[in-house]
Design a protein around this ligand. Structure first.
Ligand code: ATP
Ligand code: MG
Length: 453
């Protein structure tokens, strides 16, 4: 059972039912003893009555007279009591209700339960009335009947208790765990880009509020570490730009020197290329840290995707054909799309550059666009080696470059991370999938669009 609430409700039900069960068991023994004691009192009072009926002269009277008196008394009481009179000569006189059977005797006990065939269980009292012994038995059946009714009632009540306590338990745990659910939902919402959110804490000092306060303190620390890292990246990138420009100026000055040997010219050329690469990485890092800090302002505008794609197709075709590849573009759907045109173009160029790098010569790159009511889907497919399923998400991480695809190129691993940042700033999503043909990679962008109706 995964839910604490369900477990707590179950424990509560078990505890409540077990407590009620214990009360019923104690009640059973108490009631049983009480009713049996009632029968003992009944037997004793019957004995007193017999004693007073027989009178003091009974012991000395003749045998037929005694017999007649005993018969008289026992027959009167036969509706309720079974009576046995044991005479000193060893003979026994019984009430007719006993049908000639003996009431069993238990040596040393004067109040006990005994079973008589055809009559059932009796509560027996054995009384001495010198020189006679008078044994009186009362049927236990009414007591047993009451006890079995009691047991049935208890089982019914226990069943009711299980249902009621389960309902109460579920209601209680729901109420108690409400703050925990609130903590879970807030903690689930907090990500690196919205670390300023906090769990609402009630102004009480219970354990759950303490936990929420501790988590909020942890988020405070995380937020300050994250902003330090972002500030560091932004400042470091910024600080690096000036010395890099100076190095580039020096390298360019060197290249202009006619007395420079061919070997030194080549190394100055390499320096310039590397500086260019470093500059691009710094620009990318600066962009990412600004995107993380939500410092990028999008200029969202409404535009016709057909125009946008036609304009992109012109540049893409030149670029792609330059690398011996082909470019195809299709669009479906009517109406305008909403996005920042400059950044969307940047994302598509990033994807296109990647696809050019990995495509085999003569390969085709296909850009498809589908504008639906509520979403704009743009996908770029290539015929390259594609990516294994477990790497398709990782390529969007910063500085991640997949080396196992056969064709490798000297990228810095930031293009897709930047593309994802831009798409997420638009409130959309970008992901990598395998192509339907089984070969190549398909990068899909989904942007939410306002519904027209
Ligand atoms: N179309 C693709 N097919 C196969 N692998 C790809 C494709 N696009 C990207 N990748 C893999 O994803 C990695 C990350 O791509 P990303 O664009 O982020 O960085 P990069 O191209 O290496 O460098 P940068 O774009 O910063 O110059 C690439 O190194 C490449 O291995
Ligand atoms: Mg790239």
């Amino acid at each position: 059972m995964t839910s604490i609430g369900a477990r707590m409700a179950l424990w509560y039900t078990m505890a409540a039912t077990a407590t009620l069960g214990c009360v019923f068991v104690v009640g059973y023994h108490y009631l049983d003893r009480h009713l049996t004691h009632g029968l003992d009192i009944l037997n004793e009072s019957e004995f007193r009555q017999i004693q007073s009926h027989l009178g003091p002269e009974f012991a000395t009277s003749s045998s037929p007279f005694r017999e007649m008196r005993v018969r008289e008394i026992t027959e009167n009481a036969a509706a309720i009591f079974h009576i046995e009179v044991q005479l000193p000569d060893g003979s026994v006189m019984r009430s007719s209700s006993l049908n000639g059977q003996d009431i069993p005797d238990i040596a040393g006990q004067w109040q006990y339960n005994a079973a008589v065939a055809d009559i059932g269980e009796l509560r027996v009292g054995s009384f001495s009335m010198q020189p006679f012994q008078i044994v009186i038995g009362t049927p236990l059946q009414p007591v047993q009947q009451v006890m079995s009714n009691y047991v049935r009632l208890c089982f019914g009540l226990m069943l009711g208790m299980v249902l009621v306590s389960l309902l109460i338990g579920l209601g209680l745990t729901r109420m108690l765990l409400q703050p925990v659910r609130l903590i879970r939902d807030t903690a689930n919402r907090i990500r690196s880009d919205n670390l300023d959110q906090r769990i609402p804490v009630a102004n009480v000092g219970d354990e759950i509020s303490d936990l929420a306060r501790l988590l909020n303190q942890m988020f405070d620390r995380l937020e300050s570490s994250f902003s330090q890292i972002r500030r560091f990246t932004a400042e470091a990138s910024h600080e690096l730009k000036t010395p890099l420009s100076l190095i580039r100026l020096h390298a360019e000055k060197l290249l202009r020197d006619p007395s420079l040997s061919t070997q030194n010219r080549e190394s100055a050329q390499v320096q310039l290329e590397e500086i260019e690469r470093l500059n691009r990485i710094i620009e990318d890092l600066l962009f990412l840290s600004r995107a993380d800090a939500h410092a990028i302002e999008l200029q969202i505008q409404s535009f016709d995707p057909v125009h946008f794609l036609n304009s992109f197709e012109q540049d893409a075709t030149v670029l792609v054909e330059h690398h011996g590849l082909r470019f195809e573009s299709t669009h479906n759907g009517n109406g305008n799309a909403m996005a920042d045109l400059r950044w969307m173009r940047q994302v598509l160029l990033n994807l296109l550059t990647n696809a050019i790098h990995v495509s085999p010569s003569g390969g085709v790159l296909r850009l498809s666009s589908l504008l639906l009511d509520g979403e704009w889907e743009i996908a770029l497919e290539d015929e390259g080696p594609g990516l294994p399923a477990d790497q398709r998400e990782r390529v969007f991480e910063r500085f991640f470059r997949y080396q196992g695809g056969g064709k490798t190129y000297g990228g810095s691993g930031l293009g897709l991370a930047i593309s994802r940042s831009i798409i997420e700033l638009h409130g959309g999503a970008i992901s990598a999938e395998s192509c339907e043909t089984g070969q190549g990679l398909r990068i899909v962008i989904r942007l939410p669009m306002p519904k027209t109706s």
